[in-house]
Design a protein around this ligand. Structure first.
Ligand code: PFF
Length: 457
């Protein structure tokens, strides 16, 4: 593998192109693709949702991602430090600060679900689903979720694994682990896809995923699709500003953004190909909501030949996908602590993981009698963090990130970053600029205000 790494004094960077893509696509590919995307698609009418999702990836997702790359690689700092450096004395650093706050919120609820995947991996390996019908599996899930120690235990294990990788640093931790985990994830997905497609009646599931029914689409489905694009691509909060700050100077930002978006979309669609044909084959409704992969799928697995094996593979897949994402979110906070508070990496990691865990434990206990009474606008702690971060903070972050690069960054600096100091042609730049100047911010503002009910279409 060609080494394209460049060492900036005192700052680590990824060493190979594959490392750049594995780490960044690793951040993007996660529970968002395998847990969140299928249930949102299931609830919002299948293929119609997929079509809207794809359009948003192209016209908003990729341009915002590229903008984060431009900011991160040119500043070579955490999101807060990057805005401070690029716009000294201006309030833009607030966008970075919002990103660090979003990182706390996302890591808290995300690691809760990541912990559940470990419990379900354990159950699969020990044959815990055997002879349980749908009602019993549903009860099993709700009893586990409302338990005290079990979910907390898995939460802390997962947070420990995340911190264990981050402590090792950018190359030895993030790059080294993701270049192993990402190919593994693909292999597992393909095996599961083949299993699902060879079940009798699987075609109905494919039809659901690929034949659009636009009557299910309303403004909240559109906001859900937008929120999902941001969440799934890890954009809008500076995760990719942070990762791009470790990209080698010679990395082609546009090609990286396409590779990452493509990988992410492919995994989401493959996850749909695993889940929907299996659900239809066993006559199970695809709109189970958040419980889809924890209730519906175990029910399906235990009815199929070799079910325990495939269930174990599936939950291993979820855990691996989640881990390559949690490390990227923790890295945002750690980079901020190291660069702004001048902490050593080891200290920064454990303080970050410790403080996030306090919030995370409240999320984990959202269904427990201890936290059950706590609700805001009818949402429990977990749901509140999920909804506000994906549907509110990330789109707002994306809006300002696009505007910043479009209007305040400086034409020459932007050009230098996109063309690697003139060594690439970068003929797409006018289209990109048009999108981030007008199309993306207007679309974002419109969908956002409409989705939260401030504007009625
Ligand atoms: N993109 C991740 C997923 O789809 O699971 C989740 C995520 C990671 C969101 C990092 C935001 C982020 F900054």
């Amino acid at each position: 593998m060609k080494n394209i790494g460049n060492n900036q004094a005192g700052r680590e960077s990824f060493t190979t192109k594959f490392g750049v893509i594995a780490a960044t696509a690793g951040s993007a590919v996660g529970l968002g693709n395998i847990w969140r995307f299928p249930y949102l698609t299931g609830e919002n009418g299948g293929a119609a949702f997929l079509v809207i999702y794809l359009v948003f990836v192209l016209v908003i997702g990729i341009p915002v991602m590229l903008s984060e790359f431009v900011i991160g690689r040119s500043a070579r700092k955490n999101p807060y430090g990057a805005f401070k450096k690029l716009a000294p004395g201006k309030p833009w650093y607030l966008v970075g600060l919002m990103g660090v706050t979003a990182a706390f919120m996302i890591l808290a609820f995300y690691t809760t679900v990541a912990g559940w995947t470990l419990e379900y991996l354990y159950q699969s390996v020990t044959n815990g689903f055997v002879n349980k019908d749908g009602a019993q599996l549903s009860l099993m899930f709700s009893e586990f979720r409302s338990d005290t120690w079990r979910p907390l235990f898995w939460f802390l294990i997962f947070m420990g694994m995340t911190a264990g990788i981050i402590v090792l640093g950018v190359r030895k931790g993030i790059e080294k682990s993701t270049v192993i985990m990402m190919p593994l994830l693909f292999v597992i997905l393909v095996i599961l896809g083949i299993r699902s497609l060879t079940l009798p009646g699987s075609l109905d599931g494919l039809r659901f995923l690929f034949k659009p029914d636009f009557s299910k689409i309303d403004s909240s489905a559109i906001l859900d699709a937008l929120g999902q694009v941001f969440f799934s691509l890890s954009i809008g909060m500076g995760t990719l500003i942070t990762y791009a700050s470790y990209f080698p100077a010679r990395d082609r930002l546009l090609s990286t953004s396409f590779s990452v978006a493509l990988t992410d979309t492919l995994v989401a669609v493959l996850a749909g190909i695993v889940i929907f044909p299996a659900a239809f084959s066993f006559h199970i409704a695809p709109d189970e909501g958040t419980g889809l992969v924890f209730v519906t799928l175990p029910g399906i697995f235990q009815q199929m030949p070799g079910g325990a094996f495939f269930a174990s593979l599936f939950f291993l897949l979820l855990a691996v996908a989640a881990l390559t994402s949690t490390i990227s979110v923790l890295e945002v906070i750690v980079a901020f602590f190291v660069e702004e508070l001048r902490l050593r990496r080891k200290m920064a990691t454990w303080i970050a993981a410790g403080t996030v865990s306090l919030l995370g434990m409240m999320c984990t206990l959202s269904w427990n009698s201890l936290m059950e009474g706590v609700s805001f606008f009818g949402l429990n702690t977990f749901e509140l963090l999920d909804y506000t971060s994906a549907n509110i903070l990330l789109p707002i972050g994306g809006f300002f990130i696009a505007l910043f690069v479009a209007w305040f960054f400086g034409r020459e600096k932007r050009m230098a970053e996109l063309s690697n100091d003139g060594s690439l042609k970068a003929g797409y730049i006018p289209v990109y600029i048009f999108i981030i100047r007008f199309l993306a911010p207007i679309a974002l503002a419109f969908i956002f205000l409409n989705g939260i009910g401030l504007l009625k279409m």
